[in-house]
Design a protein. Structure first.
Length: 165
């Protein structure tokens, strides 16, 4: 074996190691991104279960509770309970799946758009921030002005307007 052969082998080995590292990073990046989204949605939607369901429905609209349970790995009863709550809160919509033939047509679920979700929670967050801001007044410790010092405004730009900047 010549010195040239061993240097070629070293280059191939380094390239192989580099490729393996790139593949591992590429595989882990979406998982960590997804987990970050799930964490944020868990805060917005109150539980990780509801966050996983919401995220699944963003990726797979018009899914049944059975499809959601299979896709998320959650128990079917847990999915049905969370879907009922999310539907009652207006965060998901449901309609009967149209199917030919006899039998029950299950509900299909679709989640509201992220912009609508954010808009729906802003008032609650604003109220909570105002309570913290006025904590001394609520505790009777200090005089403070009446009013709501925290105001959150959400502006949603359409896709066409976003490119104009």
């Amino acid at each position: 074996m010549s010195a040239e052969d061993s240097s070629d082998d070293a280059e191939i080995s380094e390239e192989g190691d580099e490729m393996a590292i790139r593949e591992r990073v590429a595989d882990e990046a979406p998982e960590s991104f997804d987990e970050g989204i799930v964490d944020l949605l868990s805060w917005v939607l109150d539980t990780e279960t509801r966050a996983r369901i919401y995220l699944f429905l963003r990726q797979h609209p018009d899914s049944t509770s059975e499809e959601i349970a299979t896709g998320t790995g959650l128990y079917p009863s847990t999915v049905r309970e969370a879907l009922a709550e999310l539907h009652e809160e207006g965060k998901v919509q449901r309609r009967k799946r149209e199917a030919s033939g006899a039998g029950n047509n299950p509900y299909e679920y679709t989640s509201q758009a992220p912009a609508e979700l954010v808009t729906s929670i802003v008032d609650g967050v604003q109220d909570e921030l105002n309570t913290v801001f006025n904590l001394d007044r609520h505790l009777g410790r200090a005089e403070s002005e009446d009013g709501e010092p925290v105001s959150i405004n959400v502006e949603v730009e359409d896709d066409a307007g976003a490119d104009d900047d």
